[in-house]
Write a protein that binds this ligand. Structure first.
Ligand SMILES: Cc1cc2nc3c(=O)[nH]c(=O)nc-3n(C[C@H](O)[C@H](O)[C@H](O)COP(=O)(O)OP(=O)(O)OC[C@H]3O[C@@H](n4cnc5c(N)ncnc54)[C@H](O)[C@@H]3O)c2cc1C
Length: 265
């Protein structure tokens, strides 16, 4: 790890100011992704701006038809939240499947969404539920936020402060874990709303994506049988040491059916 300056601001404006004024500075939230990256010298920022003192970024709020989760809320808190378990059980289930207990107690929803790892779980929940990413500057719809491999719509100096999830009628998540890392080889989030169904896939390609043919079929008939015959095109899917693209394509249909089952149960 190379030396770096360390800042622990008291407010979001101060954090944003530090990020803009110090060239090559980086936010640190739970550090679960960033610190190993520094240790391996895959990144060597001049300064870290630690968000851990910003209490306003922690916790959950019931908005009646929405749940807003602060960016610094750890995965374990989302998984254990009675509010999320009751209103969006698929999201609580997703949070409970991330990594291991240590990762879930340190890693944060804001860090996960900002990092946009192609195999991370939260991007599927955020896109599948059509959530809104709230930042220090603006609000961004999930459909416009995830741009590709580790790439998001965040601008330099922009900080995620919270994510607002609409409450669905039903929602479920299913993931086929890579056994060593527990990241998603393929994970599928399915959410049913009064005006239709959304299906979002993580792990299968360079970034999270929706599956319109499954969304149409499930909007007609919200049952696993409705999508059993839908095959995913392998174009653009990932082939690596863990799985070939055609295996991942097969898993998308299997996990989507399981996600619908989970939503119905
Ligand atoms: C062993 C292990 C297993 C894991 N397994 C899984 C898994 O199964 N599924 C899964 O989804 N993830 C998994 N993870 C990743 C974990 O969920 C991390 O917590 C998450 O990716 C990053 O969150 P963090 O709070 O630790 O962010 P950090 O590591 O602190 O930051 C990550 C990146 O996000 C930026 N950032 C952080 N917060 C903000 C913010 N509020 N606004 C803007 N940018 C911000 C940072 O600058 C940095 O670039 C695993 C990690 C480990 C170490």
């Amino acid at each position: 790890m190379k030396p770096f300056a360390y800042h622990q601001p008291d407010g979001i404006p101060d954090a944003a100011k530090l990020l803009i004024s110090i060239e090559d500075s980086k936010l640190v939230a739970g550090g679960m992704t960033l610190i190993p990256t520094l240790k391996q010298r895959l990144a060597s920022p001049a300064a870290l701006v630690d968000l851990s003192k910003l209490g306003s970024l922690k916790g959950l709020a019931d908005g009646g038809t929405t749940i807003t989760i602060g960016a610094m809320t750890p995965h374990a808190v989302v998984a254990a939240s009675k509010l999320v378990q009751t209103k969006i059980p698929g999201l609580a289930a997703l949070a409970s499947m991330i990594g291991d207990p240590a990762v879930r107690s340190r890693g944060t929803i804001g860090g996960s969404v900002a990092n946009n790892d192609p195999a991370a779980d939260y991007p599927a929940g955020v896109l599948g539920l059509g959530a809104t990413i709230i930042t220090s500057k603006r609000e961004i719809a999930a459909d416009k936020f995830f741009l590709g491999l580790f790439e998001t719509a965040l601008e330099p100096g922009e900080i995620i402060t919270a994510i607002r999830f609409p409450m669905p009628l039903k929602a479920g998540y299913a993931k086929f874990k890579a056994p060593a890392s527990r990241y998603a080889l393929v994970g599928v989030f399915v959410a049913k709303f009064a005006d239709g169904v959304r299906v979002a896939v993580t792990g299968a390609g360079p970034g999270v994506f929706r599956v319109p043919p499954m969304e149409s079929a499930l909007s007609e008939n919200f049952d696993p049988s409705a999508i059993a015959a839908i095959k995913i095109n392998t174009d653009g899917l990932t082939s690596d040491i863990h799985a070939e693209a055609d295996y991942r394509a097969h898993l998308v249909t299997v996990m989507a059916k399981r996600a619908v089952d989970a939503a119905l149960s």
